[in-house]
Design a protein around this ligand. Structure first.
Ligand SMILES: [Zn+2]
Ligand SMILES: [Zn+2]
Length: 206
């Protein structure tokens, strides 16, 4: 499902081959009611075939596989001459970074006025829309794991796709998204082009 070597998730494409897409190709993410162990999320993603499709992803795959937890790859350990699991190596590495105060993903919470750690399941909307302001930037709407407020940040593609890559500065939309919009993704994309963003530093204090 998730390939830690290419940082991509795989989904079925109705036009043929499996689609491998990074997190920044997600467009909308919602937790399905019901399933809890594990929770299941419905993803609208921008497929390489040019269309958007719906796919399902489990909470484990979404949040923990990028840290190596589900890697089914082994490698020959030259020190012990045994085949070791890459999953253990990758999760050990991730755990060491988290202990050192680095978090795989972060964002700036408008409601709390400070940077916060997050995981991919907190992403609600993603759009490459703000081309007019900063080439290649992505708008993300994040549901804060701490206070549940929805904040919109403007970040680089690497900030979304690569665990432990955190932009030092991000753009922060200066108001909350209008709630209850029928076409929330369209409204979000329009905001990215027209609204005002304040620049904030993203220094996490864990
Ligand atoms: Zn497709
Ligand atoms: Zn918050």
């Amino acid at each position: 499902m998730y390939d830690p070597l290419t940082s991509t998730y795989s989904f079925a494409c109705p036009h043929g081959r499996a689609a491998r897409v990074p997190l920044s190709s997600f467009r909308r993410l919602e937790r399905l009611p019901g399933a809890a162990h594990p929770a299941v999320y419905r993803v609208l993603f921008d497929c390489r075939c040019g269309e958007d499709h719906l796919g399902l992803v489990s909470h484990d795959d979404l949040d923990w596989a990028p840290l190596g937890a589900a890697a089914e790859i082994s490698f020959r350990n030259l020190m012990t001459d045994r085949d070791d699991s890459l999953a253990i190596e990758l999760t050990d590495l991730a755990a060491a970074k988290i202990r050192a105060g680095e978090w795989p993903w972060s964002f700036f919470c408008l409601h709390e006025g400070r940077p916060r750690p997050m995981t991919p399941s907190a992403l609600t909307l993603v759009a490459p829309g703000a081309i007019a302001r900063r080439d290649g930037s992505f708008g993300i709407a994040v549901r804060c794991p701490g206070c549940s407020a929805l904040s919109v940040n403007l970040v680089t593609q690497e900030h979304v796709d690569i665990p432990f890559w955190n932009d030092t500065r991000v753009g922060v939309l200066d108001h909350v998204l209008p709630s209850g919009a029928d076409r929330v993704l369209d409204a979000f994309c329009a905001e990215l082009l027209s609204a005002r963003f304040d620049e904030k530093r993203l220094d996490l204090e864990l």
